[in-house]
Design a protein around this ligand. Structure first.
Ligand SMILES: Cc1cc2nc3c(=O)[nH]c(=O)nc-3n(C[C@H](O)[C@H](O)[C@H](O)COP(=O)(O)O)c2cc1C
Length: 329
């Protein structure tokens, strides 16, 4: 058991975790290796259902997380337009039948699944990008919402409201715990999120650049080398914006779509198999891959345990020293 001081919020108490830190779902990245390491670090990791080809492989991966840890973990169920036909009901059943008690939903209203989750004692964190969707999720009974500001990797939505506005706007209107997501990579972001009214943070990009993330080391080095300017907003004209690493492939796809091209015109550039090759071969130019502006804040490749320990201890000294010093002077 960790001797680290705990940062307690309603979120940590509801979900039975030591620290108010979540590793958000990441396709191709949220595997047992990462999720188990995040759990052992005292945070909440999300296995990512879409990474696995079918429900049986997902169930086997859930079993593999349990070989790493006996602490809580969750599974991300994302429902978004995709090139591959996915049976979301079967994935959902595999998660519930495996006894997982936390689910992170994203991309679609969780309402139709809530009775099923409630019956099986599954707590839902719904990931969304606007106050109106967060209110809707609260109304259908989710236990918490994770709200992605415009800074985030993956899908920031179409409203372009940064976290500095979105999080306090959401926290003021919701009764359930809010997790701040997008642009958070260290203790400064964590303390800021708590100050804005959040009861925890969800991070993607920062966990992508840890020792245990199952991607090639060269991609982690590319994240360390990148700045906050090195992302592109892909699929904007199609109303399905995705923030990805800025490389020649992404820039070409953005250009084609901006000039009026359709999805079929960029399909060969943006397909998921190419994106997966990036992680496997360690070539950041091989395809499009999700990353957030937070990469500009990332300067190393720690283990998940080092990362969580450092965030918590620096958050405590920020609160006790730097911010207390501002007040007393
Ligand atoms: C490589 C990568 C893949 C992601 N895939 C998913 C996904 O499949 N489903 C999902 O809900 N969010 C996905 N996300 C978003 C994260 O869960 C999280 O909301 C986001 O990264 C937070 O912003 P940050 O990267 O600035 O921390 C992904 C993020 C990254 C970096």
């Amino acid at each position: 058991m960790s001797t680290m001081p705990r940062l307690r919020t309603r979120f940590t108490e509801t979900f039975g975790i030591d620290q108010p830190i979540v590793q958000g779902g990441m396709q191709w990245v949220g595997t047992a290796d990462l999720v188990g390491a995040v759990a052992e670090a005292g945070a909440l990791g999300m296995l990512t259902a879409l990474t696995f080809p079918d429900p049986d492989v997902l169930a086997a991966e859930i079993a593999r997380v349990r070989e790493h840890t006996d602490r809580p973990f969750g599974v991300n169920l994302t429902i978004l337009p995709s090139m591959r036909a996915v049976n979301h009901d079967e994935l959902r059943a595999a998660v519930v039948e495996s006894g997982v008690k936390v689910v992170e939903t994203a991309g679609a209203n969780p309402g139709p699944s809530m009775d099923y989750f409630d019956t099986h004692g599954v707590k839902v964190i719904h990931k969304c990008t606007s106050v109106r969707h967060a209110l809707k999720a609260q109304a259908v009974g989710v236990a918490a919402v994770s709200i992605d500001g415009f800074e985030c990797a993956g899908h920031p939505g179409e409203d372009d409201v940064p976290g500095l506005i979105l999080i306090p706007a959401a926290a003021a209107r919701l009764d359930i715990p809010v997790l701040a997501a997008g642009g958070i990579a260290d203790a400064r972001g964590l303390v800021a999120a708590l100050a804005l009214g959040a009861e925890g943070v969800t991070m993607g990009t920062r966990f992508l650049c840890t020792q245990e993330a199952p991607i090639h080391h060269r991609i982690k080095e590319a994240i360390v080398a990148a700045t906050e300017l090195d992302t592109e907003l892909l699929f904007r004209p199609l109303g399905n914006t995705s923030r990805v690493h800025s490389n020649a492939v992404a820039r070409e796809a953005v250009e084609v779509l901006s000039a009026g091209g359709q999805f079929s015109d960029v399909q060969h550039l943006v397909n998921g198999i190419r994106g997966r090759t990036v992680y496997e071969l360690g070539d950041p130019e091989a395809g499009v891959w999700s990353v957030g502006m937070a990469q500009g804040l990332i300067e190393d490749i720690p283990s998940c345990s080092e990362l969580v320990t450092r965030m918590v201890s620096e958050a405590i000294s920020l609160l006790d020293s730097r911010l207390a010093g501002v007040y007393s002077s």
